[in-house]
Design a binder for this molecule. Structure first.
Ligand code: NBP
Length: 472
């Protein structure tokens, strides 16, 4: 008895993979799943000397070393509360419960407070990297009590986390209560924007550039050897080459033009609105998925609305390079928006987030891992108070050099009727950021005109109201 280092509750894809990862690292894992069949499947197909199945939660709890450490890997939402209702009465003060699912950070804050009242320690742990990451090394974003983290959580999580090229684990303490799940939420938001930008580059190369899948695969593979090297670019090159197993040609051409979402991107947009932060690329990416789901409506409207004539690129190689350079500027803009939201949230919730440490743990194991995260890490190390990534001297020169390409790539899409919402949003945001006139003087005037909301002048201090039309 009392011989297991950690209890894993939930043995579906993610729980199973993390349990085996922990077991590989010498931790003795006790596993439980609500449905017995899932536990049996795990022990039948993936037996491990450091893993033992349990069929009663009470027995699992009795078998854990104290203070007990339990990692929940169940469906986010009501399932977590259901498990906690069963689990909490079985625990003792000082025991630790970690939620590794994609829980909403406000739920994590609520649960942390409720368990703290009972003397229990609750951690929201963001886990990124999908099944393969969980099995071989995920990026981990834990939030909760700092002292308990150092003593009991850190050794477990650092052991199983991915390792960056410099050998450091892709796991760092994020902050108290919901900080870990918040960072995971924003990570997923950036992931939405990054995927959308890559799919827009694909659309432009295909329709404006006139390239076939193999040619596009060569470009993405080439780009993946340079400044855009990342997991998402790598899988995109592979996907473009993948033959269909049912018909001749590539599988990509047989896949429906409609993408689902689970909600973390949407949460990021809603939260950004609450905080007064602009994550326009993430919002554009979420909205694009919503529009993509309207397959019937889009098919019907295609018969009603004429498409503009396609303005084919004359020099394909030059156009591809424009897309390549524009994609870099847009991706950096998406990261700048995501990190700016983290900065705002850190102040609003009093978390003291270390943006450099966050960039560092995104360098391996997670879906958005990319070489330029080394540069992002360096930018926040140089200046932890950096207001925006695009103001870092390195990125300022890299992005400004590519803004004409971004403008040309987005413009090519708009002119030819190729929807490029995220590339357009990046162009607009960079124009707004660099101080282009925004027409807000007219909006102030309208507000004062219809609602006496007052206005500010450019030539003197103070608040003014004008009797609109009185002098006409
Ligand atoms: P799912 O999100 O599909 O959840 C399935 C698990 O939840 C099963 O173990 C299931 O037990 C359990 N469960 C449910 Br549903 N309701 C329950 C309840 N009322 N009481 C107890 N257990 C309950 O599994 P997953 O894909 O392994 O993901 C686990 C978590 O990790 C989720 O929050 C997910 O968002 C997050 N995540 C997933 C990925 C990924 O790539 N899949 C990546 C990162 C994070 P049962 O077998 O009895 O139905």
């Amino acid at each position: 008895m009392n011989m297991y280092d950690i209890g894993m509750v939930g043995l579906a894809v993610m729980g199973r993979s993390l349990a085996l990862n922990l077991a590989d690292h010498g931790f003795r894992v006790a596993g439980y799943n609500r449905s017995r069949a899932v536990t049996d499947e795990m022990t039948a197909h993936w037996p491990h000397e450091n893993f033992a199945p349990f069929y009663q939660l009470e027995e699992l709890i009795d078998a854990l070393q104290k203070p007990r450490r339990i990692l929940l890997m169940v469906k986010a939402g009501e399932a977590v509360d259901a498990v906690l209702r069963q689990l909490v009465p079985l625990l003792e003060p000082g025991d630790i419960v970690m939620d590794g699912g994609n829980s909403f950070f406000e739920d994590t804050r609520r649960r942390e407070a409720a368990l703290r009242e009972k003397g229990l320690l609750y951690f929201g742990v963001g886990v990124s990297g999908g099944e393969a990451g969980a099995r071989r090394g995920p990026s981990l974003m834990p939030g909760g009590d700092r002292a308990a983290y150092e003593a009991y959580v850190r050794p477990l999580l650092e052991a199983i986390a991915a390792k960056a090229a410099d050998g450091s684990p892709c796991c760092a303490y994020m902050g108290p209560d919901g900080a870990g799940h918040y960072v995971k939420m924003v990570h997923n938001g950036i992931e939405y924007a990054d995927m959308q930008l890559i799919s827009e580059a694909y659309l432009l190369l295909k329709h404006v550039g006139g390239l076939d899948n193999q040619e596009m695969a060569r470009y993405f593979a080439e780009w993946n050897r340079g400044e855009l090297k990342s997991y998402l670019m790598e899988i995109t090159a592979d996907i473009l080459r993948e033959p269909d197993d049912l018909t001749p040609g590539e599988l990509l051409d047989r896949i429906e033009d409609s993408a689902a979402q689970k909600g973390t991107g949407r949460w990021t947009s809603i939260e950004a609105l609450r905080q007064g932060a602009d994550v326009s690329l993430i919002t554009a990416a979420g909205a694009a998925r919503v529009m993509s789901n309207r397959l019937e409506q889009r098919a019907h409207a295609a018969t009603l609305f004429p498409a503009p004539p396609m303005k084919q690129a004359q020099d394909t190689a030059a156009f591809a390079e424009t897309v390549h350079r524009g994609l870099y500027a847009a991706k950096l803009t998406a990261y700048a928006q995501g990190f700016a939201l983290l900065r705002t949230a850190s102040e609003a919730y009093g978390w003291g987030l270390d943006l450099g440490a966050i960039a560092a743990i995104f360098r391996a194991g997670c879906i958005i891992q990319a070489v330029f995260l080394d540069d992002i890490t360096a930018a926040f190390r140089r200046n932890p108070d950096l207001e925006s990534l695009v103001l870092d001297p390195h990125f300022l020169s890299e992005v400004t050099a590519r803004i004409p390409d971004l403008r040309a790539a987005a413009g090519a899409g708009l002119q030819s009727g190729v929807p490029v919402p995220a590339l357009s949003a990046a162009t607009v945001w960079l124009d707004q950021f660099r101080g282009a006139p925004m027409g807000a003087n007219l909006i102030q005037a309208q507000r004062d005109c219809f609602g006496a909301h007052t206005y500010h002048r450019t030539d003197r201090d103070g608040v003014f109201h004008h009797e609109w039309g009185a002098q006409q």
